[in-house]
Design a protein around this ligand. Structure first.
Ligand code: FES
Ligand SMILES: [Fe+2]
Length: 363
């Protein structure tokens, strides 16, 4: 191979992308405060007054279904002296600040402030909550801290149709199981790990075993800001046999840190990689099923997933973080093959391109 050919290979990012505190701080503004961030399944806010509090890019947000039936998100900052006024989840028509009991309705309007009538010039209507963007995509609720962000369906053009096709019942499903771990690794290492199947046959022996998901058929197709993963599977189909794709494995990754996955047998999970620090991330997998459909067999499958595919990736992510922290680390080649097969690392390359663009860097 000539030196020229070598230099044309796509490479992993430099170490500072995964280890530098300043990069981490900038990512919060340039990426997490400007992208659609998943906050929960719509079942958490199905009825008027349903609410929950979510953390996004260092902000606490109140997500609520208004009395008028609209999804709303507000910064969790009281308009009086700034206290966080909401916590947890539940159902209510008014949110009262614990400090001086200013009270807001589900549209974020200030509807009560003690002693207001005796303060000259004070008008309730001048002090509502600050709203932030919120949208639903096929049962999944996302917020965006950037008021100028493109609408979610435009940002992820074509994705909703794929979710409707592969997981038609997703908006009606109910949460059944959570697997979660804090990992010593930058969030990008975890996302990159998810976005290539070069390691699948080596590491995930039970998931990609004979008769289960076929590693040879695994394909990842990048569509701009979302990627589609599809693979054939020999899993027994249970549940929604009516879906043309019930026997397939499918996953849809969304820039920057979220994916929906259809597990063979019409089990659906969503996963999120949330940065905790430059070198640590929280990985969460939430499983959804039709209401009252979960059996002991399903629960055994959730446990098996937690003990195999989920667990198997963690030491790899941590090993990469430790290696990248070494003075000896230098960017290595991404193994992008001609046909973008299941072994190819082209999706990692695509994610790194999105990262460079967002961060306005050429590193
Ligand atoms: S800070 Fe909320 S009522 Fe005073
Ligand atoms: Fe993996």
């Amino acid at each position: 191979m000539t030196a020229n050919a070598t230099s044309e290979l796509a490479r992993t990012l430099p170490g500072k992308a995964y280890c530098d505190e300043r990069v981490f701080v900038r990512e919060r503004e340039a990426i997490f405060a400007r992208t659609w961030q998943y906050v929960g399944h719509v079942e958490k806010v199905r009825n008027p007054g349903d609410y929950f509090v979510a953390d996004v890019a260092g902000e606490s947000l109140l997500v609520v279904r208004s009395v008028g039936g609209m999804l709303r998100a507000f910064f969790n900052v009281c308009a009086h002296r700034g206290a966080r006024f909401a916590s947890g989840e539940g159902c209510r028509k008014r949110f009262s600040c614990p400090y001086h009991a200013w009270s807001y309705d589900t549209e974020g309007r200030l509807v009560g402030a003690t002693n207001a009538d005796d303060v000259p010039g004070f008008r309730l209507q001048d002090y509502g909550l600050q709203a932030c963007r919120i949208e639903e995509l096929h049962g999944l609720v996302f917020v965006n801290l950037d008021p100028g962000a493109a609408p979610l369906r435009e940002d992820m053009a074509g994705l909703c149709e794929r979710l409707v096709e592969y997981a038609p019942g997703l908006p009606e499903l109910t949460f059944v199981h959570r697997t979660q771990a804090d990992v010593h690794g930058n969030w990008k290492i975890a996302v990159e790990n998810y976005s290539e199947c070069y390691h699948c046959a080596i590491v995930h022996k039970s998931f990609f075993a004979e008769g289960k998901v076929s590693a040879a058929s695994y394909r990842i197709v990048p569509y701009g800001r979302w990627h589609e993963h599809l693979a054939q599977s020999g899993y027994e189909v249970r549940g929604d046999e009516g879906s043309a794709h019930a026997g397939e494995f499918g996953a849809w990754w969304m820039w920057p840190n979220f994916a929906v996955q259809t597990h063979p047998g019409y089990l659906v999970n969503v996963r999120q990689w949330v940065p905790l620090a430059v070198d640590s991330s929280r990985v969460t997998v939430d499983w959804f099923m039709p209401v009252d459909a979960a059996t002991d067999e399903h629960r055994a499958e959730f446990r098996e997933h937690a003990a195999t595919v989920f667990q198997e990736d963690i030491p790899l992510i941590e090993a990469v973080q430790r290696g990248i922290e070494s003075r000896a680390y230098k960017p290595g080649p991404l193994m992008v093959d001609r046909d973008k097969t299941g072994m190819s690392e082209h999706a990692v390359q695509a994610i790194q391109a999105l990262w460079r663009k967002s961060m306005e860097t050429n590193i």
